[in-house]
Design a protein around this ligand. Structure first.
Ligand code: AMP
Ligand code: ZN
Length: 493
């Protein structure tokens, strides 16, 4: 029996502006697409918040027993500087600046992205496709839209005809904008503009001779428009209509609006059943952003190398801080807020660590079954993690009372409590228990001491085959032994 059959999950759909009962297109299966990063620089903590929000959503779906195909792309071409159709490609610009290949830029920051998300304990998506790996699919969609008469070619570039599209469809339905207002509020086109209307957007851009990231197409050498890659990759892996499309709020317009237009123009169908948007992380009350410099990088938080926070915070504490806010609320990062989260995190972990040794009695003062359903109700209400965490602290209060002999719990209830806490804290919220991680490093130190001792004994017995084998195999694992006058120490590369 799958858990989802018992739980009525409601999600906020940005398209309707309402919380709706979640019913996937195919029972028991979910297709979810989330816009990934443009890999031209390190991810800042704001980016991480959005990916963490969708990681929590992915984890809860899995916990409920759904089979989820989670696609999160890597944007490695086509995203121009000003998010519209002008300026340089962000990746090509960085490559020129550093005098390296664009793909070196892509590789460097993709690795940073993965390493950072791993520190925050995010699960990898099921598929992580790249824009440059799907140029052919993007060209096919452009051909289709041209055939439908909803795009036009000018001088080697192809633009989406928003005004024509709007005659039979509704451009602006996701962001709540009206095309007439957009037209009234934008500047006039100048003579050198290729577009028929300022609202039109590029599906394909002609590459000028100096543009390094270029591919052949029926319209000449060029590169795809930014919005097109997500239409190509989401529909390729999830179908013409799929369950969930997510991203940060700032992507609603124009990015997601254009995705809807492209898909509807090409297939005639609205591509996404539930549009979900995560809200922004702010710093000093302003959106955390790469371009304004109002940001902090995860590595600066873990090392303490910053002017914003009074101390170092661990990835688990930062994740706990993020989970204490609802994913659709703005969250402001501050030292006070992180300090409070750290205190709460330790209180929760302490209670969970001591759970095993909790004495049991014949009766329970704590109604665990009712509490457990309250935890599910919180998550079923559009993934309300702050309410869930309030319930978790209710359990902590009872655990501490039981420890102080002021309350009792039955063996059966204790088991249910432990199972439910583990599920929500570790599996759904993805919060790691650092104390347990520390135990791992203690264990590693113990194993290394033992190996060093065996090697020393071998050397004393002139068994150099064994002593060399230990050193060489450790080196192959990235562990260096250093022999000094105070004995042998080790370091991990
Ligand atoms: P980008 O690499 O700029 O395309 O951004 C990657 C993701 O991070 C997108 O889903 C953005 O919406 C999201 N994002 C950017 N800034 C913030 C922020 N300050 N808070 C939360 N999410 C953000
Ligand atoms: Zn996207």
């Amino acid at each position: 029996m799958q858990l989802y059959k018992d739980q009525n999950l409601r999600v906020h759909n940005s398209l309707s502006g309402k919380k709706e009962l979640f019913q996937p297109i195919n029972e028991g299966h979910i297709g979810m697409y989330v816009c990934g990063p443009t890999v031209y620089s390190n991810v800042h903590l704001g980016n991480c918040r959005t990916f963490m929000s969708f990681d929590m959503i992915f984890r809860y779906f899995k916990h409920l027993g759904f089979k989820v195909r989670y696609v999160r792309n890597i944007t490695d071409a086509g995203h121009l500087e000003n998010d519209a159709d002008e300026g340089e490609d962000k990746i090509a610009k960085k490559a020129k600046l550093e005098q390296i290949e664009p793909m070196e830029v892509v590789q460097r920051y993709t690795v940073d992205f993965h390493n950072t998300l791993q520190k925050f304990n995010l699960l990898p998506p099921s598929i992580e496709p790249t824009a440059t790996g799907h140029i052919i699919e993007q060209i096919e969609i452009i051909k289709d839209i041209l055939k439908k008469g909803l795009a036009y070619e000018v001088n080697g570039s192809v633009y989406f005809d928003v005004v024509k599209f709007n005659e039979a469809h509704e451009y602006g339905k996701l962001s709540g904008r009206k095309l007439e207002d957009m037209i009234a509020n934008t500047r006039e086109l100048t003579a050198q503009d290729e577009k028929k209307n300022p609202q039109d957007f590029a599906l394909w851009k002609k590459a000028e001779p100096q543009h390094i990231m270029r591919w052949p197409s029926p319209w000449g050498d060029g590169f795809p428009g930014w919005h097109l890659e997500c239409t190509a990759m989401s529909t390729k892996y999830l179908g013409e209509i799929f369950d969930i499309h997510g991203g940060g709020m700032d992507l609603k317009f124009p990015h997601h609006e254009c995705e809807i237009a492209q898909a509807e123009a090409s297939t005639g169908k609205s591509p996404v059943k539930y549009w979900m948007h995560a809200n922004m992380l702010t710093l000093n009350g302003k959106k955390m952003s790469k371009s304004t410099g109002n940001n902090i990088y995860p590595s600066e938080i873990f090392s303490g190398d910053n002017n914003i926070l009074s101390k170092v915070y661990s990835p688990a504490v930062v994740r706990f801080f993020m989970m204490q806010a609802h994913y659709t609320s703005i969250l402001d990062l501050s030292d006070d807020a992180l300090l409070a989260s750290e205190k709460g995190y330790h209180r929760l972990m302490e209670a969970m660590t001591g759970l095993k040794d909790l004495k049991t009695g014949t009766t329970s003062d704590f109604d665990v079954a009712t509490w457990k359903q309250k935890c599910y109700d919180a998550m079923n209400d559009d993934f309300n993690t702050p309410i869930l965490i309030a319930h978790l602290f209710d359990a902590v209060k009872h655990i501490n009372l039981i420890k102080d002999d002021q309350e009792t719990i039955s063996g059966e209830d204790k088991e249910l409590l432990e199972m439910t806490l583990n599920a929500f804290v570790y599996d759904v919220l993805g919060i790691e228990n650092q104390a347990l991680a520390k135990d791992d490093s203690n264990a590693l130190n113990g194993v290394m001491e033992l190996l060093i001792q065996i090697r020393n004994d071998a050397r004393a017995n002139k068994d150099f085959a064994t002593s060399d084998k230990i050193r060489d195999e450790l080196t192959a694992l990235g562990i260096q032994l250093k022999d000094g006058k105070d004995g042998t120490s080790f370091s991990i590369n």
